[in-house]
Design a protein around this ligand. Structure first.
Ligand code: SF4
Length: 306
């Protein structure tokens, strides 16, 4: 069982619930213990994370999907593990530190993954910090922090030197849109400060001789249908803040799922026109490098089956 030496009330993320997660629940409704919903090799992350060749079923990114989330995105593709309403005993695998280490080592030694990819780790930050302080030296591949960006700088500072790769999805420029679709409050202020802290810790991406990432920051951004103007503002901010060396992975994988049907304006995929518009805008900003997903990525087949 994990025990935390951190404050007994939870102020990990910007919601600052201030509840003792042993006895009460905050907004994320997660207890003070690690719950893992799924462990798998992931072959559909960025090429420097997943690799492009599957050899004998080995390789890929070692994805560990944590149960729950501090966000409530109405279009969440992982809603079966992020929304407490869908949690069942089968997908809430409580893990001890030893068991969690075993999961990581099994991915590395048996599945030959290129990295350990913590998916939606934010509510578990303190416990993972404690775990990594104890066991990082045994994990010989990069640790990836794959989050929604709604994080506090003071929490991220505790991960300095423990996380090798930050992979935040920097979702919204407009706080109203963030509130409407994800229930985030002041999203941009928190996410922009979080991204700056991440950059301070790891810089831009560095690759090994096989073109796999060893450390660095990749800023993801998921383009929503009908909201290309917000996406442009995010791209503009990144260019202004970091210059041409910023590394962005622009994601076009949105498809309507979960509660998106309640919001007609996002109850569809990106159109070809929108995709062309945002692709051109991204290209015109002249970043030195970066990635853009093709429209075919907007398919449930690329989402793990939870
Ligand atoms: S991690 Fe959960 S309980 Fe803690 S502050 Fe965030 S939403 Fe609240």
């Amino acid at each position: 069982m994990f025990n935390s030496k951190f404050s007994s009330t939870c102020t990990i993320c910007p919601f600052n619930c201030n509840v003792d997660r042993v006895e009460n629940f905050g907004i994320c409704k997660l207890p003070k213990k690690i719950l893992v919903s799924r462990v798998q090799q992931h072959f559909f992350e960025e090429p420097m994370i997943s690799g492009e060749d599957l050899k004998d079923g080995l390789g890929g990114s070692g994805a560990i999907f944590f149960t729950g989330c501090n966000g409530r995105c109405v279009f969440c593709q992982n809603y079966k593990i992020s929304d407490p309403l869908f949690w069942g005993k089968k997908i809430n695998l409580e893990t001890s530190e030893e068991k969690f280490l075993e999961i990581c080592l099994n991915l590395i030694n048996e599945k030959k993954v290129h990295n350990i990819n913590f998916v939606s780790p934010t509510p578990y930050s303190n416990l993972l910090c404690k775990f990594l302080n104890k066991y990082k030296s045994q994990i010989k591949v990069p640790i990836i922090w794959n989050s929604n960006g709604y994080e506090k700088v003071e929490t991220l500072k505790k991960l300095d030197g423990l996380v090798d790769v930050y992979l935040p999805d920097f979702k919204y420029f407009d706080n109203q849109i963030a509130l409407q679709y994800s229930k985030f409050i002041n999203y941009f202020q928190f996410a922009s400060e979080a991204v700056k802290e991440m950059y301070k810790q790891v810089g831009w991406l560095k690759l090994n001789q096989n073109n796999f990432i060893t450390n660095g920051l990749i800023i993801r951004h998921l383009v929503l249908p009908g909201h290309t103007e917000d996406s442009k503002k995010i791209l503009d901010w990144i260019k202004k803040e970091f210059g041409e060396k910023a590394y962005i992975a622009l994601m076009a994988q949105y498809y309507p799922t979960y509660k998106a049907a309640n919001f007609p304006e996002i109850n569809r995929k990106l159109s070809k026109k929108e995709y062309a518009e945002i692709s051109d805008y991204f290209a015109d900003l002249d970043f030195a490098d970066g990635l853009i997903q093709d429209l075919e990525s907007a398919d449930p087949m690329y989402t793990p089956e939870f």
